[in-house]
Design a protein around this ligand. Structure first.
Ligand code: NAP
Length: 334
């Protein structure tokens, strides 16, 4: 396993590589941005809250300065430049907001080297978004699908314009929770049943499985772009669990349960971000050998569930999504 400081560093003045990450203002996303910034990437943090991003940019710069103070003199002179950090507005509960973010991004940059679909929510109660899609499915899967497919022309243009550097990459945050999507996978399943504490996991599993399907099929359809999916590990001190821990009274019980679970099985934010960082920066990952793969905690390559690696299901998931978007007036080119 390569340490993060063994991954390549760039000089943004001579080799300006651009990354776009959704939800990079907290949790695993925050530490992913920190490493990309330390490695010289120009990073756009796409988020629904400008104030949260500006606050996190300040923290990122402070953390980066502290880390650089620990560099040896040799490391400081060995081309370790900081990148740049910017805010991009996006709200994944709205397809129009995703389209607007793509439009804005296209006016700001003429290439894109890394797209990280990191924003996500977990085990929320059943509700529909403004686009009449189940909320977990839209934030974890449909909006990232739309964002990615609308940015594909730019990613492909980047691959063509820079044939001598590594190809663009798409990294999609899935979860071990994709295993909740069981046999007889059907994207039309709403799992709109009670109790929420049980059925919400099936909705989460469906969305996270669809994300793996997406990366696997995209890898086949777009052989110029390296498409990978990730389970980061159980990272208990992110905001991912706040729906449960903020419930009145019972929230304390959930908090204690999550802490106990985290003590035995959890990893830190930095460790949780490692699989994503490896998928973004490890030069040993190639189009020929690795496209469509799934990496888990610590960057270990794993086979996802049978349902997630079933390419018939993957094709059906793609068609279902294109159809849903088309019903909402959005065309995804073939
Ligand atoms: N933590 C774990 O144990 C774990 C395990 C498996 C997979 N994952 C996956 O890892 C990814 C990162 O999770 P995390 O643990 O770092 O959780 P987190 O701290 O809650 O981060 C999630 C990020 O997604 C953003 N987000 C949520 N809804 C959004 C929306 N409608 N529009 C735009 N951004 C939105 C959040 O922004 P706000 O700050 O505005 O809310 C936040 O920046 C997720 O995809 C998650 O499913 C996490």
């Amino acid at each position: 396993m390569l340490k993060t400081d063994q991954l390549p560093y760039l000089n943004p003045v001579t080799d300006r590589r651009v990354a776009l990450i959704t939800g990079g203002n907290s949790g695993i996303g925050f530490y992913t941005v920190l490493e990309l910034y330390l490695h010289g990437y120009v990073v756009y943090i796409a988020s629904r809250s400008k104030s949260r991003v500006l606050k996190s940019i300040k923290e990122l710069k402070r953390e980066a300065r502290a880390i650089r103070l620990q560099y040896t003199a040799q490391q400081l002179t060995s081309e370790r430049y900081l990148g740049e950090l910017y805010f991009l507005e996006i709200d994944m509960v709205s397809l129009q907001s995703v389209l607007q973010a793509v439009e804005t991004f296209n006016t700001l940059e003429n290439h894109l080297n890394l797209l990280i679909n990191n924003a996500g929510v977990m085990s929320l109660p059943y509700s529909l978004t403004v686009d009449k899609l189940e909320i977990q499915l839209q934030i974890n899967y449909v909006s990232p699908f739309l964002l990615t497919t609308k940015l594909l022309p730019l990613l492909e243009k980047t691959a063509d314009a820079y044939p001598n550097i590594e190809p663009p990459r798409i990294v999609h945050l899935s979860s071990i929770g994709h295993q909740f999507a069981i046999k007889y996978f059907d994207m039309n399943s709403t799992f709109h049943y009670q109790p929420n504490v049980l059925f919400t996991w099936f909705r989460y599993g469906l969305a996270k499985t669809a994300g793996i399907h997406f990366m696997k099929l995209l890898a086949l359809r777009n052989p110029k772009i390296l498409c990978l999916s990730v389970h980061p590990g159980f990272v208990m001190n992110t905001n991912h669990f706040t729906y449960w821990t903020r419930l009145p009274i019972i929230g304390m019980v959930f908090w204690c349960l999550f802490q106990i679970f985290g003590f035995f099985f959890g990893v830190s934010n930095e460790e949780g971000a490692y699989a994503t960082i490896k998928c973004c920066l490890d030069p040993r990952l190639t189009l020929e050998n690795d496209n469509g793969k799934y990496f888990a905690t610590g960057g270990v390559e794993l086979e996802p569930s049978r349902v997630a690696r079933n390419m018939d299901y993957a094709a059906r998931t793609w068609i279902w999504t294109v159809h849903q978007l088309s019903e909402r007036g959005i065309t995804i080119p073939n």
